[in-house]
Write a protein that binds this ligand. Structure first.
Ligand SMILES: [Zn+2]
Ligand SMILES: [Zn+2]
Length: 172
């Protein structure tokens, strides 16, 4: 019995070691993937004619990753500690630079609220008037056909904003 207990203990110890290695390898894998992703973003900036400084890459990465349509203030608050001396003006100007280069979108759902979207594929937005969250909706390219007479025009930009109340707030 004691022998069996000892064996079990040893098996468990080995398993723990294997798991530990598994986690270390996984961490390493995640780190490498992050580095590859960051490098891709860097190249995207270079291709757009933007010098990829550490600050710019970090801001670009944050907005591209975020699904929350952050404002300049949110981006600033999230990166301030990591980047040290980073002013809100720098963040705003950097975001504007990316918008002008077509790398991210700026959403002006209303005059007082300006936020940014790393997802540049065509999609519709709804801002909930209760919680303020902005939701993404996929739209078909041929939804334009629903607009009578539009076929005579060449469309260069399409932004669809809706305001309303989200299901979570509606049920409260
Ligand atoms: Zn809501
Ligand atoms: Zn969006």
């Amino acid at each position: 019995m004691i022998y069996l207990k000892k064996r079990l203990k040893k098996v468990r110890k080995n398993l723990e070691d294997i798991m530990k290695w598994f986690y270390i390898c996984n961490d390493f894998k995640n780190e490498v993937q992050m580095m590859i992703k960051r490098n891709e973003l860097k190249n995207e900036l270079i291709a757009a004619g933007i010098r990829p400084s550490v600050q710019r890459v970090a801001i670009f990465e944050y907005v591209r990753k975020s699904k929350a349509h952050p404002t300049a203030e949110v981006v600033h608050a999230a990166l301030r500690d990591e980047l040290g001396s980073l002013s809100l003006t720098t963040v705003y100007n950097t975001l504007k630079l990316f918008v002008d280069a077509g790398l991210i979108l700026m959403l002006n759902i209303d005059d007082t609220f300006r936020c940014f979207d790393g997802n540049i594929a065509t999609h519709a937005h709804l801002k909930c008037e209760e919680c303020g969250k902005i939701y993404d909706f996929q739209i078909d390219a041929d939804c334009l056909r629903a607009i009578k007479g539009i076929e005579n025009y060449k469309i260069t930009d399409m932004q669809i904003y809706l305001k309303g109340i989200c299901p979570a707030c509606k049920n409260n």
